[in-house]
Unconditional design. Structure first.
Ligand code: ZN
Length: 305
């Protein structure tokens, strides 16, 4: 375990990825959620998606949320964009860190954005150029990296070749998204290992879903290969779009709790984060799947059974 990183960076994706997959909530509540997260010590927050309101009604107020956030200068606030038009919109609003997703599976990519993976990669190349012209960065997430809801297994070679193309076109960082919660540690080791061999220096984030209970095991597998950058969602906000009622995003508290106890610094105050997770439950009006939210931090004194 001695090769584990001594610090892990968490990109909090609850306000965007999480809320996008919940029933719509009020603009004010979204802003309050981002502002509360801004006080927990997280370094990065994916705040909104600049997507057409018809495509994703939950993000129809992205302009107002983006403008309404009380910015903590220590935090990088990012926005997801679906295409060149969305990138233009984000950059016009002063966003300095944009994210864009491409699916390694053609079927999934077509279902999402009505284009083949190759067509999306062509547009992403233009998005990266535009971001760089405007002094912003562009991070690319390859989704369905461990499995597609339509195609099943996605070959590692295919995922790596999509990632390589994005990096060749200038992507500032890569993420692999376990869109369907199909990753297991062996699969993570293989994909991350092959990616590291092909591109040793590219910043690499992992976006795990806990749909089948493997998210933290996958984090450990990635940590053992030196990955020190993970997405997670406060409370585990955002269900699984392909399995109603199932959980989606790894909960931020679960990530922070585990790695901090392993001696890895996250900079995040776990108690503060748990309080925000409780607030997130109130906002969406349902119990969230985070187990650390249910159990509390390990130092909490609870009566013996
Ligand atoms: Zn997600």
């Amino acid at each position: 375990m001695s090769d584990l990183p001594n610090r892990v960076s968490l990109r909090e994706v609850g306000p965007r990825d999480g809320l996008q997959n919940e029933e719509p909530v009020a603009t004010k509540a979204k802003i309050e959620l981002v502002d509360a997260l801004s006080q927990t010590g997280v370094g990065r927050i994916e705040a909104v998606s600049f997507v057409h309101p018809r495509a994703i009604p939950q993000m129809a107020d992205a302009d107002d949320v983006w403008a309404g956030i009380v910015r903590n200068p220590a935090i990088r606030y990012s926005a997801l964009v679906p295409n060149l038009r969305g990138a233009q919109r984000a950059l016009d609003r002063g966003c300095l860190e944009i994210e864009i997703v491409v699916s390694a599976s053609d079927t999934h990519n077509k279902a999402n954005v009505n284009r083949t993976t190759a067509e999306s990669l062509d547009e992403i190349s233009q998005v990266i150029d535009l971001a760089h012209e405007r002094g912003a960065t562009c991070h690319v997430t390859v989704s369905t990296a461990w499995g597609c809801p339509y195609e099943g297994d996605v070959p590692v070679e295919r995922v790596v070749s999509v990632a390589k193309r994005a990096v060749a076109d200038g992507a500032d960082g890569l993420s692999f998204g376990d869109t369907t919660g199909m990753a297991t540690p062996t699969r993570v080791t293989r994909l991350v290992g092959e990616t590291r061999m092909a591109m040793p220096d590219v910043p690499l984030n992992q976006h795990f879903h806990n749909t089948r209970g493997t998210a933290l095991a996958n984090v450990l597998a990635a940590l053992q290969l030196g990955v020190a950058d993970f997405d997670a969602s406060v409370g585990g906000l955002g269900g699984c779009p392909y399995a109603p009622g199932a959980s989606g995003n790894l909960a931020s508290e679960e990530l922070v709790h585990m790695v901090e106890d392993m001696g890895i610094d996250t900079g995040v105050d776990l108690d503060a984060l748990i309080n925000v997770a409780r607030e997130a439950e109130r906002i969406v009006g349902r119990e969230l799947p985070s187990q650390v939210l249910r159990a509390g931090p390990r130092t909490r004194r609870t009566p013996m059974p």
